[in-house]
Design a protein around this ligand. Structure first.
Ligand code: GRF
Length: 193
């Protein structure tokens, strides 16, 4: 299974995938890593690991349609079986998702459909839920919507700040992303029981 991973930030989920591949624990080929802006640590890590990288800078395009088309071209050049949005903070168009047959995987730091959006951790805390978690799902053109593949719960502790909770969720999220990719590599129709 060939994957292209899209990042906007530090890419610690991506690093978990890179490490699992290197350790021989995950049988996927990371064909390339792309970002929506220059200077992300995610791209830096990938280049250091010898993975091809590209940037399709959102700000360099006159509108979202042009940016989406450019992103689709850049990703398609690597012929991925699955495109992974790993902390990629942009919504892509339905055309983009169609171009990859709907195989656009997203990770989210909350138990969807609860707390979608850019502040899933903060919103869960503000609501006062006692349990949150993370979700790996096939993304459609909505904000953190689309069929759920796997989820895992994380308890919220009284002393948690948004940062401490997000870090604990990310520990689980990294493991869940790697195990879900492994399961999809073995069975493209995989969905957790
Ligand atoms: C993850 O929690 C992801 O779900 C969210 O942002 C975080 C990205 O972390 N959208 P990283 O860039 O992989 O470290």
């Amino acid at each position: 299974m060939r994957i292209v991973v899209l990042v906007s930030g530090t890419g610690s989920n991506l690093q978990a995938v890179i490490d699992a591949v290197k350790a021989g624990e995950l049988d996927v080929e990371i064909a390339a890593v792309g970002a929506d802006r220059e200077g992300t640590y995610g791209v830096e890590r990938s280049a250091a690991a010898g993975i091809p990288t590209f940037v399709v800078d959102f700000k360099a395009y006159p509108d979202r349609t042009d940016w989406n088309a450019a992103l689709a071209r850049a990703v398609a050049a690597y012929s991925p079986d699955v495109v992974v949005s790993s902390g990629f903070m942009r919504i892509v168009s339905p055309d983009f998702i169609d171009a990859f047959n709907g195989r656009y995987l997203n990770t989210h730091p909350a138990l969807l459909p609860a707390f979608p959006g850019a502040h899933g951790v903060r919103d869960a805390m503000a609501y006062g839920v006692k349990v949150t978690g993370c979700t790996v799902h096939w993304a459609d053109a909505g904000v953190d919507t689309g069929p759920i593949i796997a989820q895992e719960a994380v308890a919220i502790e009284d002393a948690d700040t948004e940062e401490t909770l997000h870090e604990r969720i990310k520990v689980v999220e990294r493991r869940l992303l790697v195990s879900t990719l492994a399961a999809l590599a073995a069975d493209p129709e995989y969905s957790a029981a």
